[in-house]
Design a protein around this ligand. Structure first.
Ligand code: FAD
Length: 390
């Protein structure tokens, strides 16, 4: 019996990698430590670069069924003045796929359905990867399953196990690679659409720039719910409240200078969950023999360009394509994949961080930024990010 390639983690990255490797004819075992494959959090913007990759993996019709296509992005300052309106209707023609907005659970489910229907793919939940060792013929690994510890021989291991990746920890094995707090916290919530102003129910994404923060909101699931993310620069209080109600966050956001329209939107959502942001250093390599990293495990990024999942999806496609070369070994395919992806993904990591600094400017710098956005206009603002979507 052929040994499988093991993927640790069934997030967006791991499931898409399973799909891409199965498409390349590989036998796959996906290990997921959670009891059930479900996404916490709420909305996910899937930009054209990721939409194109998913379409190549045969998901176009599912994307059309479950995704909501926003027609524009409105950028406003904290006083609710419109700075620019980016017309997204050009995306399909310009970049080969539209922008789409998903409930995370829907995207996760459609990926899971697709990958489980592929021959040669096994998915095991309640299966936490504990350790691995590279050997001549691949890798041996140990995981904790429902029935206890399991030892397994595999042809290769893909660490798609997220920001706090065990595969990365074991591979790098240095305190220099530790996580550090990035200086801002997200509060995330869903509001019923009929509780918010009509203007916020439109099929559009919205970005508000505040001194020391920003807010993103957009409709999901045919416009029935509104996904809202509030990001504020703040000191990390590990013991602080992990959930708060809408009125508490409303008061907090007013202290960041938010207009009343935005404050009202915040109180429309009853419960807000905290999400502090962490970063890790950039890696000079992702691959060691027959072990490689993918998605947040390889290149965690701040979500200010909405590209974390998109880059994980691009990784997955490239990983599958690397096996197209005849008789290629797992080691060589993993290296080819890393060579194709590392520079671009790390460029996105750096750009995401800069985008956060730009969004959170205050005082005179914020005024100068707002003038620059007005001068660039919607077309210019969209063109700024064209390198990501191409
Ligand atoms: C507020 C916010 C908004 C965002 N918005 C967007 C957006 O709009 N668009 C976008 O593209 N990206 C966005 N992102 C980023 C995106 O969510 C992540 O980049 C993406 O989910 C990473 O996917 P992943 O599969 O690499 O990792 P994860 O989603 O973290 O999945 C890792 C999986 O591995 C499992 N796991 C961990 N350890 C083990 C182990 N030892 N054994 C087995 N399984 C294990 C975990 O349980 C998990 O299921 C956002 C992020 C945040 C925080």
């Amino acid at each position: 019996m052929t040994a499988p390639i093991v993927i640790a983690g069934a997030g967006v990255g791991g499931l898409t990698a399973g799909l891409a490797l199965a498409q390349a004819g590989k036998k796959i075992l996906i290990l997921e430590r959670a009891a059930e494959i479900e996404e916490i959090g709420a909305g996910l913007q899937i930009a054209p670069n990721a939409g194109r990759a998913l379409a190549q993996l045969g998901l176009e019709s599912e994307l059309n069924d479950f995704g909501l296509e926003p027609q524009a992005i409105n950028i406003r300052d904290n006083n609710a003045r419109l700075l620019a309106r980016l017309d997204l209707s050009v995306a399909r023609q310009r970049w080969g796929a539209p922008f789409r907005l998903f409930h995370r659970a829907d995207l996760q489910q459609l990926l899971l359905n697709k990958v489980s229907s592929r021959p040669g793919v096994t998915i095991e939940t309640n299966a936490r990867l504990e350790n691995f060792e590279t050997i001549k013929t691949g890798v041996t690994l140990k995981y904790e399953g429902v029935a206890g510890g399991v030892a397994l021989a595999a042809l290769g291991l893909v660490g798609a196990d997220g920001l706090r990746s065990i595969v990365r920890d074991r591979m790098m094995n240095t305190p220099m690679d530790a996580l550090s707090y990035a200086g801002s916290v997200a509060w995330r919530a869903l509001a019923p659409a009929d509780e918010v102003y009509e203007v916020f129910r439109r099929r559009e994404s919205n970005l508000w720039l505040l001194p020391g923060g920003h807010v993103v909101h957009y409709p999901l699931r045919d416009g029935k719910i509104i996904n809202i993310v509030v990001i504020l620069d703040a000191r990390l209080d590990e013991d602080g409240e992990k959930q708060i109600d809408g009125d508490t966050l409303r008061k907090r956001i007013i202290s960041y200078g938010a207009a009343f329209e935005l404050a009202d939107l915040i109180s429309a959502a009853p419960l807000w969950r905290r999400w502090p942001f962490f970063i890790r250093p950039m890696l000079t390599t992702w691959t060691q023999d027959s072990v490689t990293l993918l998605g947040d495990a390889a290149h965690p990024m701040l979500p200010f360009l909405a590209q974390g999942a998109a880059q994980a999806i691009e990784d997955a496609l490239a990983l599958g394509q690397a096996f197209a070369a005849p008789n290629i070994t797992v080691e060589r395919a993993f290296l080819a994949y890393e060579q194709k992806r590392r520079m671009q993904a790390q460029k996105v990591v750096a750009a995401s961080r800069q985008q956060g600094q730009y969004f959170h400017l205050s005082g005179g710098l914020a005024l100068a930024r707002n003038i620059a956005i007005r001068l660039l206009g919607g077309k210019g603002m969209l063109a700024r990010n064209a390198w990501l979507y191409r």
